[in-house]
Structures are given as C-alpha cells and as structure tokens.
Design a protein around this ligand. Structure first.
Ligand SMILES: C[S@@+](CC[C@H](N)C(=O)[O-])C[C@H]1O[C@@H](n2cnc3c(N)ncnc32)[C@H](O)[C@@H]1O
Length: 249
C-alpha cells in the first residue's frame, strides 16, 4: 500500500501508547501513521462521494483503550466534532474514558500531576520524557477546538445497545480496529460459533449510520467485511492487517 496522505514517517513519540496515553495491557498499539492515513482516506471519500467537508462524528464500536481515536483527535482535530467509543470489555471502556479525557486541558493536567508523582517516587527517565510529551500535547491542545467525547459499554454485535447510546444516522465515520490475532479475540458469546462477527457488527451499526457515512474496518486477512447493505469503496493490505473502506447503500 502506498501512503497517499501520511506520506512521511514522522516522529510520533509524544503520542506513544504507555507514555502520556494509557495502553491496554497485552494489546499492541495501533500504528499512528496508518491510523492517520485511513482517517484521511475516509475524509477524502466523504468529500468526493458526498461533497461533505464539515467536521465529523467519529465512532469506534471496538474501541479498546481508544488510543487511535485519541491520537487522531490530536492530529486531525479540526475535522472531528465528536468522538464516540464503545467496547464490550469494562476495563477497556474505563481506559478509553481516561485516554479520551486527555483531549481536554483539565484531563491532561490531571495526567501531568500523576506523571509528576511518579517522577517523585521513582525518578525514571521514561516518566520525565512522558512529562515533556504531556507539555507538548498541552500546547497542541490550546490550538484546537474542543472535541466532544462519549464512551459506553456495548457489544458491537448488538444493535440495540448501540442505538440506545447513539442517535440514529449520526455517525459520519466509523473507524474500527477489530479483534484479530493473538492479542484480542471477538467476544462472540451471544452468537453461534459459525457467526461472522464483522457481518453482525455491520448489521448492528446500520441504524446509527447516515446515507453519507463512511466505514473503515481493520482486521486480519481471515475476516471478511462484507454485507449486502454496504458497498466496498477500497481495500488494501498493510503487513498482516487488511483495511476495508465501505459505504452504506
Ligand atoms: C484490537 S483492540 C482495539 C484497540 C484500539 N484500536 C486502540 O487503539 O486502543 C479490539 C477491541 O475489541 C474489543 N471487542 C472484542 N469483542 C467485542 C465485541 N463483541 N464488541 C465490542 N468490542 C469487542 C476488545 O475488548 C478489544 O478492546
């Protein structure tokens, strides 16, 4: 895959997972350059297909720690009005709240106090680097308009749970990095083993999409993101990840 937007390999160390942003134990962080590329492609499709360039409501139904969502708000906040995040796992939801809480100055200052306490207790260079990064994030935040955030617990395959928390037709871009591989598995407990979780998730989010929504799904090659109510706009492979961008029809 050739990068169209995030063409240069930038130094994203201030956004590293586990530095200022909290990491989900046992989960590798989603690559920031790839997240930036996918999000900008979604914006491009929204613009070229539907001629819409207003800031979007961005939703992730398998948000984990909401790490990639939080970083996107720093990198592309001018294009984001609201971020909505949900996950089936209670611990992930708590962490997502903490990470999305770093999108406002008060939340970031609380995090800086936590890091200062760790510096006093342990004196580690990694904590001192984290504090420097937090100051850099704070400067960036002051240049940006505030992003509204909402986090809730829901199964991505349960349309009722999702619709109870998100207004109909209100999600402009859905960008989700679904479970795959060794680190994270689908919580499929409500369904038969033969069920395709991606099809079920695509079904569940239909009610909160508008006719001009764009849906980007990152999975492994083994999972098929297809559904009769969606049309595929593009698909590409990056290492072990498959990225599919769809629109409802
Ligand atoms: C690869 S992780 C997402 C990490 C996220 N992109 C980040 O940057 O922090 C996938 C997430 O899907 C969640 N998950 C698994 N089954 C789910 C389900 N049925 N509904 C919603 N979330 C689910 C897991 O709890 C996990 O947090």
């Amino acid at each position: 895959m050739e990068y169209k937007y995030a063409k240069e390999k930038l130094d994203y160390s201030d956004y590293s997972s586990g530095r200022v942003f909290h990491s989900l134990p046992g989960h590798p962080a989603f690559p920031i350059r790839l997240a930036s590329e996918i999000f900008q492609r979604c914006l491009e499709h929204r613009n070229t297909i539907y001629d819409i360039s207003t800031p979007c409501t961005l939703y992730d139904p398998c948000c984990g720690a909401a790490y990639h969502l939080s970083v996107l708000a720093y990198l592309h906040g001018e294009f984001i009005r609201e971020i909505i995040a949900s996950d089936v796992d209670e611990k992930a939801v708590e962490l997502a709240k903490r990470n999305l809480g770093l999108l406002d100055v008060a939340g970031l200052e609380r995090r800086m106090d936590e890091i200062k306490t760790m510096i006093d207790e342990y004196g580690k260079d990694s904590h001192k680097d984290a504090l420097k990064s937090a100051h850099i994030l704070k400067e960036k935040l002051s240049e940006k308009h505030p992003v509204v955030t909402k986090v809730f617990q829901a199964n991505a395959m349960n349309g009722e749970e999702i619709s109870r928390n998100i207004k109909p037709r209100s999600a402009d871009i859905v960008f989700t990095d679904v479970p795959y591989g060794l680190h994270s598995n689908w919580d499929n407990s409500d369904h038969a083993v033969s069920f395709n979780p991606l099809t079920s998730m695509l079904d569940s989010i239909l009610g909160i999409l508008s006719p001009s929504s764009i849906v980007a799904i990152v999975s492994d090659k083994g999972q098929k993101a297809s559904h009769e109510a969606y049309q595929r706009i593009e698909q590409f492979q990056v290492g072990k990840r498959r990225v599919v961008i769809l629109r409802p029809v």
